[in-house]
Design a protein around this ligand. Structure first.
Ligand SMILES: Nc1ncnc2c1ncn2[C@@H]1O[C@H](COP(=O)(O)OP(=O)(O)OP(=O)(O)O)[C@@H](O)[C@H]1O
Ligand SMILES: [Mg+2]
Length: 300
């Protein structure tokens, strides 16, 4: 498989009252056509920033992204994004939100009837068939997220960029969406970059898990290749020794080698101040992080 997406020497600095803040430093990653890559790392390390540069929404301060031999300088329909906070247009219904994207991509190749069927198909896929004419204010957060996913899938993008796409969903819907995503990806062979905080989700879905170090100046710490046969079935994998070894490797990275001392005391703090409180006692820190991991895993 050839390299589709090449992130090279990517730095990202954000202006800040005290001078520039370096969020990312020298991020390098080559992704092949059809690959499923997860980005995992502690809150505030820079995962969304990487995704936003690939989406063309942010411009890297140094280095950048080459997609199919062309530098990414702006957003494009071959890269659909599912945002961390659902981003539907509030004055449009679920159907109309998906329609907007579908028209952008398929105006010339699909008839009106085909477009309607395609929009409904994608909304059904995310179990939103019953609420296609509801506006965002009339549906729950998880439902909005599902419409956002339908919108992205309906574009049949070459690259699907997903920022914690299933974080707001209940456990059953999330499992269903993960299975659907694996099926869709197997069928369409699109390239996926997905940010997740859920270790099981990362191992289940990914070909590679990219683990990021803590910021400031975050970068890729380790890349774990997941050599599990596809199609993958969650129930079979629960007792699989390879699956559990991969899972343990990610947990080790996050909670031993790159643990975040202030993860419980200030989960949102670092995104605002970019400061890291390293004053906690090391033993307590370890326990805190283990507890937090279990919570994330349990929620899956
Ligand atoms: N537009 C911006 N302006 C200034 N600083 C920013 C901006 N976007 C992100 N940052 C900073 O860059 C760092 C990385 O942020 P980013 O949102 O990429 O983290 P993240 O890994 O996605 O976190 P989370 O898991 O909480 O979503 C943070 O310290 C954040 O405060
Ligand atoms: Mg983020």
């Amino acid at each position: 498989m050839s390299v589709l997406l090449d992130i090279s020497h990517m730095d990202m600095e954000f202006p800040n009252p005290k001078g520039a803040f370096t969020a990312l430093k020298d991020v390098n990653l080559k992704i092949r056509q059809g690959e499923f890559v997860s980005l995992i790392g502690h809150s505030g390390c820079g995962k969304s920033t990487v995704l936003n540069v690939v989406a063309g929404l942010y411009q890297a301060t140094r280095g950048g992204v080459i997609l199919n031999g062309k530098e990414v300088l702006e957003p494009g329909p071959e890269r659909a994004v599912v945002f961390q906070n659902h981003s539907l247009l509030p004055w449009l219904t679920a159907y109309e939100n998906v329609e907007l994207a579908v028209k952008q991509v398929f105006r010339k190749s699909k008839s009106k009837v085909e477009m309607r069927e395609w929009i409904e198909h994608n909304l059904n896929l995310v179990h939103m068939g019953h609420a296609i004419h509801k506006r965002p204010s009339e549906i729950s957060g998880g439902m909005k997220q599902r419409v956002g996913i339908a919108r992205a899938l309906a574009m049949q993008p070459k690259v699907l960029l997903m920022d914690e796409p299933f974080g707001a969903l209940d456990a059953l819907t999330r499992a269903h969406m993960q299975d659907s995503l694996m099926e869709i990806q197997a069928e369409l062979n699109n390239t996926v970059i997905m940010i997740t905080h859920d270790v099981d989700e990362a191992v289940l879905l990914s070909d590679r898990i990219v683990m990021m170090t803590n910021g400031p100046a975050a970068t890729i710490g380790e890349i774990l290749k997941i050599d599990l046969e596809r199609p993958r079935h969650r129930l079979d994998l629960a007792d699989d020794t390879h699956y559990n070894r991969y899972r343990a490797q990610v947990l080790k990275f996050l909670h031993e080698r790159h643990s975040k001392p202030d993860v419980r005391t200030a989960p949102a703090l670092n995104t605002e101040t970019n400061s890291v409180d390293t004053g906690s006692e090391p033993d307590k820190t370890k326990n805190k992080n283990t507890e937090r991991t279990d919570a994330v895993v349990d929620a899956a």
